[in-house]
Design a protein around this ligand. Structure first.
Ligand code: G4P
Length: 525
């Protein structure tokens, strides 16, 4: 197979949803179709349950599982599919945001009864910022839920997307009869007893056989609703989908494996192969000869005796080869890797080469930070991965002065992994850790102690948000920094950050310093 063909057959995507919408169940069903796993239940549940908040062993166990399921690759109908796992737990949403920078498209799972939930809103917003093509899967149709029209309305309102249904349900819950596929104009009957994988039987909805099968009333309703929906929603257009302008919608039940194959078949048809990626210097095309890639996730080894980590690299162009020197842009040094790892379902194996779209795991003894670029020599840097303003802030203090070095090293490495964000207040030189959830503080404290032999203590602080500030008006910027010096900090890359203690202080600052831009993500756009 030519390199071009190898690249074009790759589909790298993430499934995003609010916890409990059915992401794990859907992932598992997709893997079953790919023959990557043999039985349902083989993919361990990667969710960190709420009760795990202070159960550290549970956190460690989950970290182990999440390495195995971080990337799940499988073959399906000649395509190489890579599913990138995105933690559903909201305390780990930064991790999800970063993983979304490595996907070429996304599937958004929505619970038919709960509709669009908060976590889905946040994640879709990130996809929209990056114009990631999205397919929406409305799940749990075997249960009673919201009216399909109302749901589409809600999706458009809350997610700010335009939808174009490619399937339409007949009934719901106990009355669920099936789903009509508007893409290939076939009807799939729902049989709750049939949890096995089959190609699904299809009939023409305008045939007598169809009326006889689902009943005249249901058939009429479907035909009427289809007319309505086709009048109300734009027709599916692949270009608009690829631009992130419209989202095709499918209905189904992941649990009953219903509508999943249609979703997968359509997905491999329409979802993009690796797309050109913007670097600071230029746009990199996946079909270029020379290798380039970037680190979007770092996973620490769970075994404290082996401190090495696994850096997950998304290949953006060229072919990555084992034991070949590549340039680490930030450090300006050449590195080669003797055991790059590829991920197939829940197995890992050493690979000789990998193509754009693929994710490889590189063993790392501390060279990598999230966002680092590797190239075959050219000086390009992929654009920074976004950090969002944390929601909870605490001072981190050294609880064992004999272990200052260990503490600093531990903090640095955990920040490189992207566990949380570090801000240093210049005025007092105190360190502030910002996270999106309480759980991270416990993880940090536990890991500092167990992996680095350091002890920390948290001190509360009342902070509302971190805003990255920029301005062309140097004088105003300096004046602002001087007046707000107690609230001014540097992030880990040395950028200016205003730690605002209330929404009011942000709006006051915006009024008084009109030439300063306040950014709530570190991607200063
Ligand atoms: P998540 O990864 O998005 O958090 O969701 P997950 O797949 O774990 O699904 C959450 C719950 O919803 C699970 O039930 C799962 O069985 C159920 N579920 C998923 N898809 C469907 C569906 O299509 N129909 C119905 N009726 N239920 C579905 P649970 O009781 O929380 O867990 P479990 O004990 O079944 O694992």
């Amino acid at each position: 197979m030519s390199v071009q063909e190898e690249i074009k057959r790759r589909r790298t995507f993430g499934i995003v949803s609010h916890p409990d919408a059915g992401k794990t169940t859907l992932t598992e069903k997709l893997l079953l179709f790919g023959g990557a796993i043999q039985v349902a239940g083989a993919v361990k549940n990667n969710k960190i349950k709420k009760s795990a908040t202070s159960d550290f062993m549970e956190i460690e166990r989950q970290r182990g599982i999440s390495v195995a399921t971080s990337v799940m690759g499988f073959e399906y109908k000649g395509k190489k599919i890579n599913i990138l796992d995105t933690p559903g737990h909201q305390d780990f949403q930064e991790d999800t945001f970063r993983t979304l920078t490595a996907v070429d498209s996304a599937i958004v799972v929505v619970d038919v009864a709960k509709g669009v939930e908060i976590q889905t809103e946040k994640l879709v917003k990130v996809c929209r910022m990056r114009k990631t093509p999205m397919i929406i899967f409305i799940n749990k149709l075997d249960r009673e839920g919201k009216d399909a029209f109302d749901l589409l309305d809600e999706i458009e309102q809350k997610l700010g997307v335009t939808v174009s249904p490619l399937s339409w349900p007949v009934g719901m819950g106990k009355r669920l009869q099936g789903v009509y596929n508007m893409y290939n104009k076939k009807f799939n009957l729902f049989e709750s007893s049939k949890q096995t994988i089959s190609d699904g039987e299809s009939v023409d909805i305008y045939s007598d056989e169809f009326d006889a099968n689902v009943g005249e009333d249901a058939a009429d309703t479907l035909r009427e609703e289809l007319e309505l929906v086709q009048g109300a929603c734009p027709e599916f257009n692949i270009e608009e989908y690829l631009n992130g302008d419209i989202c095709p919608v499918f209905f189904g039940s992941a649990l009953y494996n219903f509508g999943v194959q249609e979703l997968l078949d359509t997905f491999i048809d329409i979802a993009p192969y690796p797309l050109p990626k913007e670097a600071e210097e230029r746009v990199i095309d996946p079909f270029e000869d020379k290798f380039s890639g970037f680190v979007f996730k770092i996973h620490a080894n769970m075994d404290p005796n082996h401190r090495n980590r696994l850096a997950f690299v998304k290949i953006c162009s060229g072919i990555f080869k084992r034991n070949t020197n590549y340039k680490h842009m930030r450090l300006g040094k050449q590195l080669k890797f003797s055991s790059p790892t590829a991920f197939m379902a829940d197995k890992k194996s050493v690979v000789e080469e990998a193509y754009p779209g693929d994710i490889i795991g590189l063993h790392d003894s501390g060279n990598f930070k999230i966002g680092d670029t590797l190239t075959q020599g050219e000086s390009v840097n992929f654009q920074g991965l976004p950090s969002f303003s944390p929601e909870i802030f605490k001072y981190i203090e050294n609880a064992d002065p004999m272990k200052t070095k260990q503490l600093n090293k531990g903090i640095d490495q955990l920040m490189d992994e992207g566990v949380a964000q570090l801000f240093t207040i210049e005025y007092t030189n105190r360190k502030v850790i910002g996270t999106v959830g309480q759980l991270q503080f416990e993880v940090i404290q536990y890991r500092l102690e167990h992996e680095y032999g350091a002890k920390c203590r948290w001190e509360p602080m009342t902070m509302h948000k971190a805003c990255w500030i920029t301005s062309d008006n140097e004088e105003q910027l300096e004046d602002f920094k001087y007046r707000k010096q107690r609230n001014m900090a540097k992030d880990k890359d040395g950028r200016d950050v205003f730690l605002a203690d209330s929404p009011y202080s942000i709006s006051m600052a915006q009024d008084k310093f009109p030439d300063i831009q306040f950014h709530f993500t570190s991607e200063l756009k």
